[in-house]
Design a protein around this ligand. Sequence first.
Ligand code: SAH
Ligand code: SF4
Ligand code: F3S
Length: 454
Amino acid sequence: MKVYLETYGCQMNEYDSELIRAILKEKNFTLVDNRDGAEIVLLNTCAIRENAHQKIFHRLDELKGQKRRGEVKVVGVLGCMAQNLRKNLAEHAPVVDVVAGPDSYKRLPIMLGSVLEKNEKSFDFRLSEFETYSDIAPRRLPGVNAWIAIMRGCDNFCTFCVVPYTRGRERSRAPESIIAEASRIRAEGFQQLTLLGQNVNSYRHGDYDFADLMRDVAQQTDMPRIRFTSPHPKDFPRKLLHVIAEHPNLCNQIHLPLQAGSDTVLERMNRTYTLQEFYDLVDEIRETIPDVGLTTDIICGFSGETDADFEKTYQAVERVGFDSAFIFKYSERQNTIAYRKFEDDVPEEVKTERVMRLNELQRNISLERNRAEIGREHTVLVESPSKKNPDQWLGRTDQNKGVVFSAQHLKPGDFARVKIIDAGTNTLMGELLQDDHNPFQIVDAVPAVSGSTL
Ligand code: SAH
Ligand code: SF4
Ligand code: F3S
């Protein structure tokens, strides 16, 4: 049976799809990378905001037609939305045969079997306190970037957030298995590794913590670039800043979600830090890692957010000067603490206006910070041809800024030295640095990769 797997949502879901591919492959399912001709269609879904749900319902509508025409035999919904809606999902969308939450993937071959053989729908959303999938070797698509989930679940219960309900309790994977997987990834030719967790600060294995893990991955694998996401500002380990500063292969980049700039809103969100504590952390980060790239997430229009509260967020974004920010409209999620305790009382048009104002501010800040890069030199990791101009390359700096530049004789996975010559809001424009000895200045401290095509 041919299976087509579509992935929505965050990097954690990308990683889970690699696990699902491995689990199905082991049981002799054939995975195809084209929708056409697939008899089994699986959607690995997200539930973080209502539009994530809407996207899937829309997709399920399309699949209804395909199933009626006999083109598709089995439709499965996996991941966070599956866990969030459970059986209701199949009631709302009878096209769905299989519903499996993030801790149920090992049972997926049996579940698909029961649909195929007995024509019975199959549901499984038992969350586990132990499942880390550390015994499964993910099936990665070839490329430059690889991910490893070092922990699963979240115990923070930010009041707006559905993740603690869709992914269950926090659990960490043993360091030895993470380091072994990182070494394997490197041997396969990947140049960049991102360690993933909903809150990486909570990573723990006895006394061994996240900073220990970053140090050991940096020292024990020769992975040229290592990133992580996301840390929580409330308990960001200071030790980690020094570990990052001391290891050139730990990238100088931190994604630090602020969410809001008003202390009353932060408290209602259960973020458990104040704006001043966030500022102090940012100052310390910039002192320890002076050229750090800093990005954030912001929610506009959370329950009870007044104009004055929003102004505080606006001022905070202005003061910190993030390199970029993901700015979201608050979307009420069923089952969350905010759903039960607060009213979603900020009108839609106010949310929209706040998001637009903040986006405009952030665009100006990003542009200003990017323009400050003009004249500087960076080592970039070549990712892919540029989308706008396929004759040029898109590479990334250590700080994770995209640089578009022209060069022949390069391929994805190569490192190159570039000088920044111009800057826009989202990307930098670069020029390949040349010298007499090494006309293309490909950084050769890092071995070239064979077979790394995108
Ligand atoms: N664990 C990550 C967050 C993952 S969700 C972390 O804590 O950093 C990514 C972002 O989605 C969050 O940082 C938040 O800004 C946003 N988000 C989460 N729930 C939301 C909701 N109900 N409405 C709007 N945005 C939300
Ligand atoms: Fe959600 Fe908060 Fe956990 Fe992030 S830390 S996943 S925002 S509950
Ligand atoms: Fe990720 Fe969406 Fe789940 S952001 S953790 S896939 S709700």
